[in-house]
Structures are given as structure tokens and as C-alpha cells.
Design a protein around this ligand. Sequence first.
Ligand code: LRH
Ligand code: MN
Ligand code: MN
Length: 423
Amino acid sequence: NIQIQSHNDKLSSSHHRKFSALKEDWSSTLIDQTLQKLIDFQIAIPSWALGTGGTRFGRFAITGGEPRTLAEKIADVGLLHRLNAASDAISLHIPWDVPEDINEIKKSAEGYGLAFDAVNSNTFQDQPDALLSYKFGSLQHVDKAVRNQAIAHNIEVIKQGQALGSKALTVWLADGSCFPGQLNFRNAFQNTLDSLQQIYAALPSDWKLYVEYKAFEPNFYSTTIGDWGQSLLLANKLGDQAKTLVDLGHHLPNANIEQIVSLLLMEGKLAGFHFNDSKYGDDDLTAGSIKPYQLFLIFNELVEGMDAAGMNHAKNLGWMIDASHNVKDPLEDLLQSVEGIMIAYAQALMIDRAALTQAQQNNDVALAQEVLQHTFRTDFRPLVAEARQRAGAALSPIHLYRELKCREQLIMERGKTTTATGL
Ligand code: LRH
Ligand code: MN
Ligand code: MN
């Protein structure tokens, strides 16, 4: 606290100058409303993004001090949350994460003010003790015994999540095919639906089932839940508790993600997000690092759609990051992602909605674009920083992280060569 205070004091006069400039130009009601929404906004950190990732060509473990246990992963998210007051939950991936002593794990999370977000199942890898292989799929598999093994795993993940206080299961399947002719598409879909129905039946009544889609990889000819159409079809057949999860990196190039988001939201079928950014495919890069305008346009749809549906911006969707880091310190990268997301959210909240609606009604295309770009091109970083300061966190989390030599300390505690599990 003292460290945050002295960091904020140091930046105080320059922050004050920038924030005051914003207050001169923008409506104070809108600024106050936006500040409150930014203070309330929280996003879950994926446990698998706390260590250095890699590609199939290799992994460069340059960071050191990576978390070796679930308790250490929780400590890392606790540190992020202390710095930015915006990362109050961790999303676990099972069995990459093994919550052995549930009470201990829960206690340590509570100590950092963290909750457990959606739990993720994993039927895209064979575990060392597995009886049957997922080489040709899991929930879609032609062999009922393989499907049953995958269903049982998902039900086990629900149980573990329940013990931790999670409220959602995210299912992402690698299921698909690599070559034409390999798969009967309709059978694969029907098998997947039937398997998901059994998992859905085991879902507690206050839980959600998030059906995540992805266009390709690791299968390169077809993916059984390859786009939002297939995911929505399944979610509709499953029932109210099933929804479609949008991972920003899971689309074919140039897909209009904001339009997908707006329609899913309209249908009450948007589960939430795996935020990241990409240039080519499922690149899992820092949110807002490649296409910040797309991120802003997505938040524009979210703000408009959530207000129209009377939804609570902070609570009604699953806000999660899904990222992987090859060349950056994972914790710095995650701080940058949260910042990028909050900037896009702030820009969307500051849009003059009445003017935009009016321009749309008048088919005034140029004006509609002006309205959007007016906020996109305004620097709202002081607003995000102000919200953070009011929430008791750092004006500039990444700078404080470096000033306090957090990574160096983690290396001292955990060693230079630790390796975290995950992608
Ligand atoms: C698949 C995915 C999915 C997995 C995670 C590790 O590409 O986005 O969410 O669970 O990566
Ligand atoms: Mn994902
Ligand atoms: Mn992905």
C-alpha cells in the first residue's frame, strides 16, 4: 500500500494535468459514469498464461521465477490484482492445474481477494494415465467408450470447480478432421451434441456451459465446433445455461467479430470472451496490440447491447483473457492486456450514443464514423488510471511492477529455471 501510494504520489501532478484536460472537454456525468464502470470492471486471468508459452518450434524460458504450483499461480494473479485492482479472478485449466488441497487453495485465493472463474476441461491432449486416446477426437469420437471418457472428465472438472466456487465450465474441443473423407460431419456433430447433453445434465443449476469455437488448429481440414454458428446451434439445443464463448483469435481472417458479438448478445447467448489479439490465426497476443480499433468496435457493441438489455457490465458476461507469451514477461504482458481492454471499454463508454443513433437514423455515414472515431482517437488512459487510483491501485501498474523489481523477487523465491504448465 505504501509502495502504491508513493508511486501514485510521484505521478500525481502529471496525472492530474492530463485528467483535468479530459474533464474540460467531456461531460462530467459521462466521465463519472465511465469511471464507476471502470472501477467495477474485473477480468479473469488464465492460469496457463502465467508462465512463458511456446510454439511447436520451441520454448524460450527466459523469464524465470515462473509459478510451479497452483498456489504460486494464485500468488501471481494476486500480485496483478494488487497492482491494477482489475484482475480479481483466476481461470483454471484441468488437469494442467491440480487443485489437490481445495481448502488451502481456496484460502490462499481469498487472501488475495480472488475468485475462481470458469474452469476449463482438457480433452485435446492424452494424459499419461489415460486409457483411451483423443487422437481422433473426444466428444465427437466414433467410439462411444472414448466419448464416455471425455464426458466423465468434464463432469469431474465441474465437481472440482464446484468445490472452488466456480460458476461455469468452458469446453473447447480440438475435435475435427485433418483430411477430407476422414469424418462424417453430421455424425461428428450429433455425437458432440449427445456428449454435451450428458455434460449439461451434470451442470449445477446456477452454472453456465460455455461452448468455445475455433476455426482451425490442431485439425486443419474441419473443426466440429468451428464457428459461432455451430456453437450457437449446440448452445440452443442444450438449453438456457449453454452459451457461446468468443475467443478473439478463433476466427478466419477478417471476420466481423463485432457483428457476431452484437447478435449473440441480442439472443442472450453470449457467454463472454477470451480476449487476446492476433494478426494471422490463434496468435494469443496481448489484447489491443494488433487491432485496437477492432477491440474498440467490439466494446461499442457490448456497451450498446448490454445497456439495451439492462445488463450489468461487470457481472453478466464471462470476461477472461486467453494469452500466451513467447518473448515477454508473462505478468507484464497480462498487465498490458488488462490495460488494453480497459482502454477500449473506456473509449466505448465515452461514445455519444444519442449522436450515433441519430446519425444512423439519418443514414449519415460520415457523421456516424466521426462519432466513433472521436472517442477512439481520444487518449482516455488518464480516465483508466484515475479509476485504478480510486480503486486503491497503481496509476501505472507496469511501471510499478518494474520499480518494485517484482520479477527479480520471484526469481529469488522460485529460481531461474522454473517451468509453469500450460500452453
Ligand atoms: C484453444 C484455446 C482454448 C484452450 C486454450 C488453452 O486454442 O483458446 O481456450 O482452452 O486455448
Ligand atoms: Mn480460448
Ligand atoms: Mn485459442
